[in-house]
Design a protein around this ligand. Structure first.
Ligand SMILES: Cc1ncc(COP(=O)(O)O)c(C=O)c1O
Length: 429
């Protein structure tokens, strides 16, 4: 007999049951090579210009073509491509000219690169908490007492940080806002693209990102001076020459305004990015349509929901979709939830990355070269707590954006699996 507290549940796959979704049904794979990618890659290959620091053959570098097109896509005056999203953050912080050893605020709920880039720029990341409702940093989370010079505003998973509200507090306190847009290409806030709301916007084009060239990154800005500095910072103190490049010479000239390093994007990645960009908006549409459907389906499943953006976010860019289990019993871990869903669906669901205040990936003390920066990092964080981050990490699981590139049947399967897992693990037993 069933009672209200002992409801019949189908046995979970992890306990030997039958999966919600037939293992024969495939999920979309990622990345999806764009139709034009192969041709552009071949063109790059035969051009013998595999790096931007290669003798000119009179043709436009893929890197420059991509920079123009991406700047146009996000609505920024300038785009400087780099080799990784992490490098984008490093050169963006360097371009601001912040003196060595100063502090930069970074939300603790992000990938470790948002903080390690700060250390690589000779600065100290100071972790701040986030809104448990969105996973993004809020004005009230900014600790202004430490006298920070900048804020890395991370748009997390599929939700944008409210950069105008952050600016209203950070600006008067002298903090420059660098947007970390690694997880939000093409998202908009009141019609404005992520990356154009702060002083600089930093993108990653690593393999899993919604726009990818395998590896890659870019910084966008409307500030022409910063753009010049960024160019030098990423190409060993060299910039593109203003005049036409004679054949056989480099397009880069030794302008040497600021000490740079080599963070240049490969021509192969740039060629792929040129093709992938053509597909981005159609992929956003598919993902967002499926996300809206799953949101509706989960509205029927008490205690579980998909994380939603605030009303001011006018377009989502789903990097990771976050499923929130609002009343997760203390004895059910997000790892167990993720395993159970993965087994039902044959698609990976997993806990969020560990918030950085307890992530094994952020350990400045393990790197001798960081010396006093690491010591200051430890000092700054003594006794700090991150309840917003812990709340998110303690009740959410995520899945990759490509899960949403299929059709409505996939969403029905997810809703069925979530219901089954909820009934088995979360409902009072
Ligand atoms: C929020 C965030 N910032 C920065 C990065 C670093 O980008 P990359 O891996 O291209 O260096 C990532 C990559 O996952 C990220 O998610």
């Amino acid at each position: 007999m069933t009672t209200s507290t002992t409801r019949p549940t189908l046995r979970l796959v992890v306990d030997g049951g039958t999966p919600v979704r037939s293992p024969q049904r495939r999920w979309p794979e990622w990345p999806v090579p764009a139709p034009g990618a192969e041709q552009l890659l071949t063109e790059a290959l035969h051009s013998r210009r595999w790096a931007i620091s290669s003798p000119s053959n009179g043709a436009d570098l893929f890197e420059r073509r991509f920079a123009r097109r991406f700047a146009q896509y996000v609505g920024a005056a300038h785009c400087v491509p780099v080799d990784h999203g992490s490098s984008a953050l490093v050169v963006a912080l360097e371009a601001l000219g912040i003196p060595h050893g100063e502090t930069v605020l970074v939300p603790a709920l992000t990938w470790t690169a948002s903080a390690t880039a700060v250390l690589r720029a000779g600065l100290v990341p100071m972790l701040v908490d986030v809104d448990p409702a969105t996973g993004c940093v809020r004005p009230q989370d900014l600790d202004l007492d430490v006298g920070a010079a900048a804020l890395v505003a991370v748009h997390w998973a599929s939700v944008m940080a409210d950069v105008p509200a952050l600016e209203a507090v950070a600006g008067p306190a002298g903090l420059a806002i660098v947007e970390d847009v690694a997880q939000a290409h093409g998202a908009t806030w009141q019609g404005r693209q992520a990356g154009t709301l702060g002083r600089l916007g930093c993108f990653s084009f690593q393999n899993g990102k919604v726009l990818t060239g395998g590896e890659g990154g870019a910084v966008v800005t409307d500030d022409a001076g910063l753009a010049c500095t960024l160019e030098e910072l990423r190409a060993d103190s060299r910039r593109y020459r203003d005049d036409a490049t004679p054949r056989g010479e480099l397009d880069l000239e030794e302008s040497a305004g600021v000490q740079g390093a080599n963070f240049c994007l490969s021509e192969f990645s740039a060629a792929v990015l040129c093709a992938q960009l053509d597909e981005l908006d159609a992929q956003h549409e598919t993902r967002n349509r499926n996300y809206a459907l799953l949101t509706e389906l989960l509205a029927e499943v008490e205690g579980v929901r998909l994380l939603q953006p605030p009303p001011a976010q006018t377009r989502m860019s789903i990097y990771e979709a976050t499923v929130v289990f609002d009343a997760l019993p203390a004895d059910v871990s997000t790892a167990r939830l993720g395993e159970a869903l993965t087994a039902e669906l044959g698609r990976r669901f997993y806990p969020t990355d560990a918030p950085l205040h307890r992530s094994p990936l952020l350990q400045p003390g393990s790197k001798a070269a960081l010396g006093p920066l690491a010591e200051r990092f430890v000092e700054l964080h003594r006794g700090r707590t991150y309840p917003g981050c812990d709340q998110i990490a303690g009740r959410c699981v995520q899945t990759h954006h490509s899960t949403f590139l299929g059709d409505g049947d996939d969403m029905q399967d997810i809703a069925a699996a979530v219901t089954k897992v909820r009934d088995a693990l979360v409902r009072p037993r």
